[in-house]
Design a protein around this ligand. Structure first.
Ligand SMILES: Nc1nc2c(ncn2[C@@H]2O[C@H](COP(=O)(O)OP(=O)(O)OP(=O)(O)O)[C@@H](O)[C@H]2O)c(=O)[nH]1
Ligand SMILES: [Mg+2]
Length: 249
């Protein structure tokens, strides 16, 4: 059942460049080599999801969205490399992607994770990616009230551009920043409930719930694709159970 493809993150002439670490990355650099102008609007090219040197059974595209500075890139780096990008904040330019294959109950689920730029000037680039996304992780920063207030606008955007059945989860990031916190966990929970979206707090710094967020999404996507009617999967219930199991919250 497993497949192996030889091409490694290549997108023809619009190939994303490799990250400095040499790992598979879809970084679109400042000169926008992966962005092709179309009808006057810049549209990034998308690598086919099958381009990977890793074995997998099923593959999905996951997008990270949210205001600039909420920690999207750090969350992805924490998940992929288990490290925290401390130091000066380098805002993402355009869009970037990383692949990770997870083992979900014996099934190899490949996630192609797109890290979008939160800055307004890249919004048209991000819009072009929504329709291909199977799942969206919408982040806000618990130390930044404006990023929380903007969640509703992000949800409207998602509603407009993403597929109707996209898997969506709201993440309140930087939960480690106890002293700087201005958004209570209950506020995040309330908002998520209002919009019927699964929710949890995360920390790219400490690693809190980072693996869980991606695992929950991968499980939901795997469940949907397997279409086994005897099996039911409720994302929020799974998250709550796993968080309790880890002695969290
Ligand atoms: N304390 C703390 N700081 C974090 C966390 N995640 C990210 N940061 C910091 O927040 C800043 C922004 O993080 P990024 O991951 O670059 O933010 P981003 O959402 O990718 O921003 P854009 O690329 O501009 O959209 C950096 O200085 C990080 O070190 C976290 O969980 N806890
Ligand atoms: Mg970024």
């Amino acid at each position: 059942m497993s497949r192996k493809k030889s091409a490694k993150g290549k997108v023809g002439a619009n190939s994303p460049s490799k990250s400095p670490s040499g790992k598979s990355s879809g970084k679109i650099t400042k000169s926008y080599p992966g962005i092709a102008p179309l009808n006057g609007v810049v549209h990034p090219s998308r690598p086919p999801i099958s381009n990977s040197s890793e074995f997998y059974d099923i593959a999905f595209k996951v997008m990270l969205v949210g205001d600039s500075g909420v920690g999207k890139t750090c969350l992805l780096v924490r998940f992929k490399d288990g490290a925290f990008l401390a130091g000066s904040f380098i805002s993402t330019v355009g869009i970037d992607f990383r692949n990770k294959v997870m083992n979900i109950d014996g099934v190899k689920v490949k996630l192609q994770i797109w890290d979008t730029a939160g800055q307004e000037r890249f919004r048209s680039v991000t819009h072009a990616y929504y329709r291909d996304a199977h799942a969206l992780l919408l982040l806000y920063d618990v130390t930044n009230r404006a990023s929380f207030n903007n969640v509703q606008a992000w949800l409207s955007e998602i509603h407009e551009y993403a597929q109707q059945d996209v898997v969506l989860m709201l993440l309140g990031n930087k939960a480690d920043s106890t002293h700087e916190r201005v958004v209570k966990r209950e506020d995040g929970e309330k908002l998520a409930k209002e919009f019927g979206v699964p929710f949890m707090e995360t920390s790219a710094r400490s690693g809190l719930n980072v693996e869980l967020a991606f695992t929950a999404v991968a499980r939901e996507l795997k469940h949907r694709s397997m279409k086994d009617p005897s099996e039911t999967f409720k994302l929020q219930e799974y998250v709550n159970k796993e968080m309790r199991g880890a002695g969290c919250c």
